[in-house]
Ligand binder design. Sequence first.
Ligand code: ADP
Length: 519
Amino acid sequence: MPLVLPPNVNEKTFQKALDAFAGVVGRQWVLATDEDRYTYMDIYAPGDAESHIPSAAVGPASAEEVQAIVRLANEYKIPLWPISRGKNLGYGAAAPEMPGTVVLDLGRMKRIIEVNERYGYCLIEPGVGFFDLFAHLQDNKIPLWMSVPANAWGSVVGNALERGYGYTPYGENTKNICGMEIVLPSGDMVRTGTGAMANTKCWQLFKYGFGPSWDQVFAQSNYGVVTKMGMWLMPEPEATLGLRMQLREPDDVGWAVDALQPLRMNGVLQQNPSIGNSLRVVASQTPRSQWYDGDGALPDDVLRTILDKYNLGWWGLDLRLYGYDEVNEAHAKIIKAAFAKHTKQEFEVVRWHRGEPIQNSGAGVPATNALQIINWRGGRGGHLGFSPVLPANSADVLRQFHSTKKRYEEIGVDYYGSFTLFERYTTNVNMMVYDRDDKQMTKRVRDLFKVLVADAAKEGYSEYRTHISFMDDVALSFDYNNHALRRLNETVKDALDPNGILAPGKQGIWPKVYRGSRA
Ligand code: ADP
């Protein structure tokens, strides 16, 4: 695998920079062999892994080491791509946007600095994984619950920064951020919120501080390296009550969203329910070849046979109420009444009480089995996430569902989608699962992605998050006033990062040095 150097950096300067990095972190934490570079590539890349190949990786053990590396990167003009655990699967994994960038792997920084039971928060470093924090809470019998994404292999910090989400009442992870420590592109260190006060007593309690509030400026951004994050955790409830239903027909997702949205907004339902197509369940347990070996996408009648065999509807709906028994029962009654207007089906009810095994509680329990879906097509599996945000109503949901499904069928890919419902909008994550060994299929998926972004933009929908290969496309769709937002982002970028060393191209934000040649 050829070494791709950062733009405008020759091999001699690059080697000198790596030696200088080694002086900070130790030789063993500068990873620059072919095997190392391969390790940091996007393992699910839609056919273009080489176009995001890093030149090396460096692994600091502390915020002070991060500062030293960032200062050296300015001196040698070496671009850095910070990752926490690098499991941003479906969106680029550990790989940088721009080839030749050095990955700044923060995985060694994995201290759980504080967990506060009274106020329900933790203060953690970027390398802390969902499994690490979960084990810490369980082992120490701390009655606080996390919110975990469907695939929980990654880090708490990386997921919150990318606006990932889970399904408890604390499901919007980025909303739970309260106070961060950040190394700026200059190497300076800042604490946000009241952390800016050296002897603060409220860093993880009060988000805003005094003056502009910065936490969200560092989410999905290339303005700083987050070295500590405060995160609110949910107090363990006394009881939960789960309501499950299989929605038989494809269009049932429409009325389900209309029935749930007002209940989500008025607080009867406090978590973000996910309505996901049931093929995902089957696809994570069996290979496609077991059901169908014809050309094109899985025909509707074959799908129906599979779903009938497993006693599944077209969609699965999973709701959960958290709090006190009496309140949960009252809220369940309201939800059942709303559904009775649309279906004769009854909910399957699951009850949990404090002290019972946490697995059935509706708490965020980390798991990785959702990833098994990539084995569905055979070969080396890959998946790509197309994730637009829509208003939470049946007209928008059904229009987007049918248009995406049709596009999938045009290129012979099976439809996997979910609608996760928040108070006012729904996030529609569509996975394109493909066989990376099938070059033509991979190319069709890659080409389709741009079409999907354009289709969505025409309807007025943007993506909530995207793969590194498509960050420019999505950023371009934010076009109000001739891309005024991009001008603002670039102005801030150039002020904070004049040498353009931090994550060039992330979210379509390019520093001056690469602008024009890359964007
Ligand atoms: P995870 O392993 O938690 O799934 P990643 O470590 O892959 O997440 O992070 C996803 C993306 O978020 C990275 O590619 C990077 O752009 C950004 N990111 C992650 N951690 C940091 C951090 N500590 N500081 C700044 N940006 C970060």
